[in-house]
Structure formats: C-alpha cells, structure tokens
Design a protein around this ligand. Structure first.
Ligand SMILES: Cc1cc2nc3c(=O)[nH]c(=O)nc-3n(C[C@H](O)[C@H](O)[C@H](O)COP(=O)(O)OP(=O)(O)OC[C@H]3O[C@@H](n4cnc5c(N)ncnc54)[C@H](O)[C@@H]3O)c2cc1C
Length: 393
C-alpha cells in the first residue's frame, strides 16, 4: 500500500499503529489472535477506548462525534485495526444503524439513540433475515400491525449475529401485505427487553454461538420507533446493505492471515523441510498476496470514487466477492501451514504468544471464514449484481 499513500497518509498510518500498540489491552489482542470471536465485554472495552480518543465513529459527520478524515484515512484506520489485530468498532452500531439514523431518523430519534450507539452503551443487532427470506429478503413475513400508538410485531428472524448481547434490534417488518413485496416493508427499532422477544442461540461449525434466532410474539413497539415512513423501509435496507458490503473486504485481516501463514510455513517443518520450500504451496501463497494487492487498489479506488455512481454499486459487490474469497483462501493456507496443530479448538497460552499458542484458533477461523461468502448477501448474489451492472446481462 505504501506506494499509493502520500507522506501525510503514511504518517497518519504510523500514528494509528502506535495508538493501537499503546492502548490495545494485551489480553484482548491475545484473544483476537487466538479465536474467531470475542465476548461482548472485550469488544465494548476496546470500542470505548476508541470512543474516548474520538475514533469510534470515524465515518459519521463531526456533528455526531465523527471525524473530518478523508476516505483514505478511514480506510487506513480500519486496515491497521484489522492487521493489529484489534476489534473494529461495533459494525451494527457504527456502520449500520448509526448512518441509517443520521440519514433517515427524526431529530428526536437522533438525539435519543446516536450518542449511545456511538459510545456502545447500547449494543445493536440486525434483524433482517428470516427462515424463508435471505437472498430474497423482500419476501420477509414478520408482520407489524398498527394498534393505536404502537405496532404489534409477530414473526421470526434468523442468523441474527450476536443478538444475545444486544440491547436493541433494527428490524425489517411487513406493514402492508397487499402491496408489491418491496413496497410493504418498514424499518422498526425494537428494544430487546420488550415482552415477547426471545433469543435462541445457534451453535455453528466453528464451535461458537455467534448466531441466533429471534422470536417476536405480540411485541409492542412504539410507533415513534419507526424509521422513515411506513412501507418505505426497503430503500433504507438497501442503503444499509450497501454500507455493509463495502466494509466486508477486510484487507488488513487477510494480510495478517497471509503473513502468519508465511511465517508458520517458514518456521515449521514438514518431512524435515519448511513448508515454504514446497513450490506448490509457495505459488499459492504468492498468488494470494498478489491478488490482495490488486484488491487493495480496487478498495482505494472505491473509497476515493464518487459514492453513488453505477460503478460504485458494482465495486462494492466486487469487494465483497473477492475480499471474502481471499479471506477464505488465507484461512485455508494458514490451516495448511499449521497442519495437525490446527486440529483443536482449545485455546491455550496466557503469556506472550509464540507461534504455537494461537494455532488452536486456526481451525475455528477456517470454519467461520466459510460463512463470509454467505453473510452480507451471498457471493452468488454479488455475481448477479456484477453481471447486471457491468456486463448489462
Ligand atoms: C455468519 C453469518 C452472520 C449473519 N448475520 C446476520 C445478521 O446479523 N442479520 C441478518 O439479518 N442476517 C444475517 N445473516 C444471514 C445472511 O444475510 C443470509 O444467510 C444470506 O443473505 C443468505 O440467505 P439464506 O441463508 O436464506 O440463503 P438462501 O437465500 O436460501 O440461499 C441459499 C443458496 O442459494 C443461492 N441463491 C439464492 N438466490 C440465488 C439467486 N437468485 N441466484 C443465484 N444463487 C442464489 C445462495 O447464494 C445460497 O448459496 C448472517 C449469515 C451468516 C452466515
């Protein structure tokens, strides 16, 4: 990346790296290195450290606690966090509901919610997907019926990430069953403590409970918690998903995984030789490193280009598609480099990490990386978008 950054941007990158090195609690860094997921407490502690520095909501306007950083600075900031590795500011709050309320919320909603979203006093989750509405999200069936000053919500959400930690959920609901499916959807904010909300955890292949289902039974939601107009939630959902996809390439994360794969392949022996001596492995590793550089250029083009052009819609899909493919490839190379040492979920080591201490996290990382081509809109759907917007098919 150095070639493409100005001296000022390089100095900024050093400042960010130094702040992370000086302030990231070592035990949180260690858990980041070892495991795929953190507990809410770790995420919150680090988010609040960033918030105190004024760096939690760097993408928001100054008026709401954001920064006047350039898009490149924002990119550098994220890249350094991922490479550290440090947790990123909580995405549901910072990249999803915050920007939605800034763009579509009433003044009262902004005053009420934005400060707690920025400080992570409230943890939010995303209630979009349902058992029969994922890729075809507009088929969602959770119903909200108006009753006086409230909506009464009934239905089920699924794959709701980390809802067990959440204080609030932003939720797509059907408010008109007669209209064309995209037209009858509204965007509601639901307090997770409201009677009738039940969260059930789902265990996944990586042995974690990152995912949940959320059941909504006669949940009364004040109409003041509707964002935008009734039946106009689809355009808000599209705005939010656009933001979600463009942040999903996670180049710093892949860079860290590839660097680690290279280190392990160099230090650990296979049949008496380091794996890096194996030509096939070396070629795959090099190809991944080259592709990552190319993706980074696309990412920099995306962050500096005009946001609402047709090209940008396709670029955000390309970043999602290629970024997640590389995340998976890097996890695979890391797993290969770690060999039998990766075959355990048990996390060990309490002091300084040496290369073996984090190996148990490798397998969980590999399995969770499989999900990257599904969440945020599956990669097949991204291919459809790219074929339509670039190739005109
Ligand atoms: C780890 C993880 C976290 C998630 N977190 C959240 C969350 O916090 N909140 C939330 O609301 N949702 C979340 N999701 C859900 C996610 O958005 C959906 O899984 C995703 O949109 C796909 O929907 P689906 O699972 O219903 O699969 P389906 O839509 O049923 O798709 C099944 C398969 O068919 C393919 N397919 C479907 N339609 C087409 C088409 N038109 N053309 C070509 N292929 C197609 C898909 O690519 C996929 O391979 C999460 C998912 C995962 C895995």
């Amino acid at each position: 990346m150095d070639l493409f950054l100005s001296p000022g941007e390089l100095a900024f990158r050093d400042d960010v790296a130094m702040f992370i090195a000086d302030n990231l609690p070592p035990d949180i860094r260690q858990r980041m290195e070892q495991a795929a997921h953190l507990e809410a407490e770790d995420v919150t502690i680090w988010h609040k450290i960033l918030h105190a520095k004024g760096w939690a909501v760097t993408n928001w306007p100054l008026e709401w606690g954001g920064t006047d950083w350039s898009p490149v600075q924002r990119y550098i900031f994220k890249e350094r966090l991922q490479a550290a590795p440090a947790p990123e500011p909580l995405s549901y709050n910072v990249n999803m509901i915050g920007p939605v309320l800034i763009a579509f919320g009433t003044p009262a909603q902004k005053q009420k919610f934005l400060p707690a979203i920025a400080a992570l006093d409230h943890w939010w989750c995303q209630g979009f997907s349902e058992p029969n509405a994922g890729s075809d999200l507009a088929s969602l069936k959770t119903i909200a019926r108006r009753d006086g000053d409230d909506y009464v919500v009934n239905g089920q959400k699924i794959w709701t990430s980390q809802a067990q930690f959440a204080d609030w959920m932003f939720c797509l609901v059907r408010t008109d069953t007669q209209a064309r499916k995209q037209r009858g959807i509204s965007f509601l904010l639901i307090d997770m403590k409201t009677p009738g909300v039940t969260v059930r955890r789902i265990k996944s292949l990586d042995n974690s409970f990152y995912l949940t289902e959320v059941f909504l039974d006669d949940v009364r939601v004040p109409a003041a918690q509707l964002v935008g107009n009734e039946n106009e939630g689809w355009s808000i959902a599209k705005f939010l998903l656009g933001n979600e996809r463009s942040g999903i390439a996670r180049i710093g994360l892949t860079r860290g995984r590839l660097a680690r794969a290279r280190r392990v392949a160099t230090s650990m022996q296979e049949a008496g030789f380091p794996l890096i001596n194996n030509q096939k492995f070396r070629e795959r590793l090099l190809a991944a490193e080259v592709e990552l550089r190319a993706l980074e250029l696309t990412q920099l083009r995306a962050v500096t280009g005009p946001k609402d052009s047709a090209d940008m819609v396709a670029i955000s899909s390309i970043l999602k598609l290629k970024g997640t493919e590389l995340q998976q490839l890097a996890a695979e190379l890391l797993q290969e480099a770690a060999g039998p040492w990766s075959q355990s979920f048990e996390v060990c080591g309490n002091g300084d990490l040496d290369d073996r201490d984090w190996l148990p996290g490798v397998e969980a990382t590999y399995f969770f990386a499989r999900a990257a081509s599904i969440y945020g809109g599956s990669n097949e759907i991204q291919r459809n978008i790219i074929s339509k917007s670039i190739l005109g098919l």
